[in-house]
Design a protein around this ligand. Structure first.
Ligand code: ATP
Ligand code: MG
Length: 546
């Protein structure tokens, strides 16, 4: 549509879009779709521009904390509004003038019905509305009353300014919609200067027009508002008639995205805060370790549609894996440690073994990993009584230690009282060093490990879907009933290889054979904390099937 408009020159020659968040909450991945679409379309066409505009017409729920975090999130996603960050509140004076213009044209009037009557007079989807007795007020009276409203000489709810359109319109939005309400509340930018505030339906088209927006992209629920959008611009006789185009909002499985529901999750303490790594908020995903590039690729892949649909969370995770696979350094980390003593390895000896940082990207080079007599391996990589398809460590069975030697378990040491396994005794074959070219012997399994004397202790947070059903937000049930009790597992006493000592917050790694992890902001110089960004493969669907 944009390309066509450029060809027919209905929008001049330069595309100009905007991303218009209301600063009443934090951005989520649904907003990311809108951001990618608006900034993306501007980038797609030569000279295209995209504004950031705060739609701050409702002072009761908005504040500057949200403004700042929204700016940070948009930047983090990789977009730049340059010098074009605007606020609808910057236009309050001009919007007021437009309202006066409409009153003078006989296209707007002050209504003094109370809210209940306004509702009753509006009619229903099947019945036409009824005209308010105040609809025939004179222009002079309307101008006077509107000025009184502005001056703060009226109670909230005493009057509203309404467009004079058509109370019998089949489109309820066209039945004399409200343009201004009295709200005697301070605004985070204009302070107490205003006692009346414009509605979205009035402020949005005019803000678009004032900024020279050519294409005003919004979500499908505004489709029925489009006639009103056009009415406002036509009747205000603006120079730039922006064009509203609707697209389907992004919905994701296993989460909720309504601001109201997210706010409740935070306020009721179901999550740690707005940046909880389980939330679909951009600050949550960032803390979780999702790269902005992956979110952009995902949004691009999902595309724009005219019909609502639900996208699987798995698809977003796929893009995260794909991105991190190419970029993340591989390291070894043991989350649930089991001690292993290599009984025939010389005490006190340490070898620095070569390990590849990323097999997908040779330019990332290699590093050394210390190997010594006492190691930790993953508890899950040992079975005393294995299934016959189990190719990892078992009594008697050989397995390769990644980047190191082939070992064989020769004894299982247990606690005499509890019977729990305390440690394994293994022997290694010095002829089988990785990369030495000495050995051609193959074994079926390779497992990761860390050297006990060198490993760095860490906490690891393993996350899963916040909700255990695909559609927690369905309106039949309370979404809180579907919170996944296992969405967070906190592990401590994990061990990571020494290369990770001092890793900076936000840095992402692949823990070999396990998944992608990033350094959490709770890390200190004393203790590393990692978040699991995503597992290597989708274990969830398997668990679900079972
Ligand atoms: P609410 O309806 O609770 O105010 P909102 O999500 O519409 O929330 P806005 O701040 O008005 O909040 O959204 C900014 C922009 O992002 C709007 O243009 C909106 O249409 C778009 N947007 C919001 N949610 C989604 C979504 N899930 N998918 C795509 N775009 C979205
Ligand atoms: Mg909105």
């Amino acid at each position: 549509m944009v390309a066509r408009d450029l060809e027919t020159q209905t929008c001049g020659r330069v595309v100009h879009t905007r991303f218009p968040p209301e600063p009443n909450g934090y951005l989520h991945v649904g907003h990311a779709k809108s951001i990618c679409l608006n900034f993306g379309i501007a980038q797609e066409f030569s000279g295209g521009l995209c504004n950031l505009r705060f739609d701050d017409t409702n002072p009761t729920k908005e504040n500057v904390e949200y403004v700042e975090s929204i700016q940070e999130d948009v930047r983090w996603l990789g977009f730049d509004w340059e010098d074009r960050c605007f606020f609808a509140s910057d236009y309050f004076e001009r919007l007021y003038e437009y309202a006066v213009f409409l009153i003078k044209k006989g296209k707007a009037y002050v209504d003094s019905l109370n809210a209940d009557d306004v509702r009753a007079y509006r009619g229903t989807l099947t019945e036409p509305g009824k005209e308010s007795p105040y609809r025939t007020r004179s222009v002079e009276e309307n101008l006077h009353l509107f000025a009184t409203m502005r001056a703060g000489d009226c109670e909230e709810g005493a009057h509203v300014l309404r467009a004079k359109i058509d109370m019998a319109s089949p489109n309820v939005n066209m039945r004399d919609p409200t343009l201004y309400r009295i709200r005697r509340v301070a605004h985070h930018r204009t302070g107490t200067a205003w006692n009346i505030y414009p509605t979205y339906d009035f402020a949005h088209p005019l803000s678009d027009s004032l900024e020279g927006i050519t294409h005003s992209l919004c979500t499908l629920e505004f489709e029925d508002h489009r006639p009103l959008y056009d009415w406002v611009l036509t009747e205000c006789e603006v120079a730039c008639h922006s064009q509203q185009i609707e697209f389907a909002r992004l919905n994701l499985t296993h989460t909720v995205m309504s601001k109201r529901k997210l706010l409740a999750l935070v306020e009721e303490g179901h999550v740690w805060g707005w940046n909880d790594p389980r939330l679909p908020t951009l600050m949550g995903l960032r803390r979780r370790g999702y790269p902005p590039e992956a979110i952009r690729r995902f949004c691009e892949h999902v595309g724009v549609a005219k019909r609502d649909s639900v996208v699987e969370m798995r698809l977003l995770e796929h893009f995260v894996r794909e991105d991190l696979n190419a970029r993340a350094q591989r390291v070894m980390a043991v989350l649930r440690p089991l001690r292993v003593v290599i009984t025939n390895y010389p005490e006190g000896q340490v070898e620095e073994l070569q390990a590849v940082n990323n097999p997908e990207d040779p330019t990332m080079g290699t590093r050394t990993v210390p190997f010594s007599r006492v190691l930790y391996v993953e508890q899950d990589d040992f079975r005393e009584n294995p299934h016959k398809k189990y190719f990892r460590l078992t009594p008697g069975q050989e397995v390769r230690l990644r980047y190191a030697y082939i070992v064989r378990c020769v004894a299982v040491i247990k606690d005499e009282h509890t019977g729990e396994i305390v440690e394994l005794h293994c022997t290694y074959d010095p002829e089988t060093k990785s990369g030495s070219g000495l050995s051609t012997r193959k074994v079926k399994g390779t497992i990761h490990w860390v050297s006990a004397a060198h490993a760095v202790e860490a906490d690891v947070r393993v996350f899963d879907h916040l909700f255990s059903v695909p559609d927690p937000g369905n309106d039949k049930d309370d979404y809180r009933n579907f919170l996944n009790p296992n969405s967070f597992i906190g592990l401590s006493g994990c061990y990571v290889e020494p290369a990770l000592q001092g890793a900076v917050i936000g840095r992402r790694f692949q823990f070999e054979r396990q998944g992608y992890f990033c350094v959490d902001s709770d890390s200190t110089s004393q203790r590393l904390v990692f978040n699991r960004t995503v597992a290597l493969r989708d274990s969830w669907s398997k668990i679900e099937k079972r």
